[in-house]
Design a protein around this ligand. Structure first.
Ligand code: PLP
Length: 383
């Protein structure tokens, strides 16, 4: 679909980079071997997968043997949580109150299977409260899961400090770095986590590819049993084209990271200066955040209403989390930060990409200002 609207929803998904598409096409157009086959076709496919594994590993400072390819971030999160749980007798798993459903739903599922689930609180700025983590870890905990960057607010967590606390208590740490990848520098070893989830489609790679990066000491069982691919952790014939695309998307994100950050940060500053002028509250605005994300609300204005109105004006933004946008419940992330539920209903998210321009931001701010005026006029007529 060709679309002249302005895309401001890069935390939901991103357009495939044409260089990535070019790298993928031969693997879709020509007969491909199965990477497990011994003939030349099979060897070629295997080499493509291993090349991509090295690209992903290099981008996050890991060793290629630590990268397990999955169908995306959701599967990586599920593999980390269910896979670690399956390898031991039930004790407790601790997840933060701001996790993506791909983390908290598998944790909820385990609750019915003998596991206790503890919730780690965040403060009003969306940062993990380390005293809450310490308190939760007083009980024997197999695994802690805290995301590196939140998909709604963009708030970054101090993963090295969290990892240190987990280590002291003998708990493994998983971090969902799906939103952090390609937006900030990521180093698996420096973070100190034992497992880290990644996804291709948030970094201009294809949908349907991702990885779990694993510290080799982690005892983990697969979700899927079959041909034993990915060292037995993810059976099923590899999605070679998507994996190749993921590998190149990682390499490009790493090579262009500083330029992308500089461009996006400038745009976000321009956006937020305008938003504050219009009276917006920016959630997590006091915290270190992803450079591309702005999550904000105006008093007495429904987020859903604003999203629909801005869509009509040619701007694609999100209300609440992209993956649960069919729900009208206020964002669980904002509720966890102590935001008033009524105010939280007003939240909308702009997530920028390096392909956005200053002109688009100015156009968005003007359209938003007009819409706010229109909504206020309508509200005044209604009383
Ligand atoms: N984790 C976070 C923080 C996300 O934002 C998303 C997607 O929005 C996911 C996990 C799921 O990733 P995928 O869409 O690749 O399954």
């Amino acid at each position: 679909m060709s679309n002249s609207a302005v895309y401001l929803d890069h935390n939901a998904t991103t357009a495939l980079d044409l260089r990535v598409l070019d790298a993928m096409l031969p693997f879709l157009q020509h007969p491909q071997g199965n990477p497990t086959s011994r003939h030349s076709f099979g060897r070629h496919a295997r080499q493509a997968v291993e090349n991509a594994r090295a690209q992903v590993a290099d981008t996050v400072g890991a060793h290629p043997t630590q990268v397990v390819f999955t169908s995306g971030g959701t599967e990586a999160d599920n593999l980390a949580i269910q896979g670690v749980a399956a390898a031991q007798a039930p004790t407790s798993i601790a997840v933060s109150t701001i996790e993506h459903p791909a983390v908290y739903r598998p944790a909820q599922y385990l609750m019915g299977r003998g596991w206790k689930i503890a919730r780690i609180q965040v403060d009003e700025n969306g940062r993990i409260a380390l005293d809450s983590l310490n308190e939760v870890l007083q009980q024997k905990t197999a695994l802690v899961s805290v995301m590196a960057a939140n998909n709604e607010t963009g708030v970054l967590q101090d993963i090295p400090a969290i990892a240190e606390i987990c280590r002291r208590h003998g708990a493994l740490l998983h971090t969902d770095a799906v939103q952090a990848l390609g937006k900030i520098a990521l180093d698996f070893n420096a973070l100190g986590a034992n497992a880290m989830s990644l996804s291709a489609h948030k970094i201009h790679g294809p949908q349907g590819a991702g990885a779990l990066v694993l510290d080799k000491r982690v005892d983990i069982r697969p979700l899927l049993y079959g041909g034993g691919q990915e060292k037995g952790l993810r059976s099923g014939t590899e999605n070679i084209a998507a994996i190749v695309g993921f590998g190149l998307a990682c390499e490009l994100a790493q090579r262009e990271l500083n330029d992308r950050i500089a461009t996006i940060e400038n745009l976000r500053n321009r956006l937020e200066t305008g938003l504050r002028r219009l009276g917006a509250t920016i959630f997590g605005g006091e915290s270190a955040r992803l450079p591309n994300t702005s999550f904000f609300a105006f008093p007495n204005i429904e987020g859903e209403t604003l999203v629909v109105a801005m869509d009509k004006k040619g701007f694609a933004i999100a209300s609440g989390s992209a993956c649960s946008s069919d729900s009208t419940e206020p964002s669980h992330v904002l509720l966890a930060m102590g935001v008033d539920p009524e105010f939280a209903r007003g939240a909308v998210r702009v997530s920028l990409g390096a392909d956005n321009t200053a002109q688009q931001i100015d156009g968005f701010l003007l359209a938003l200002e007009n819409e706010l005026l229109r909504l206020k006029r309508m509200a005044a007529l209604a009383v």
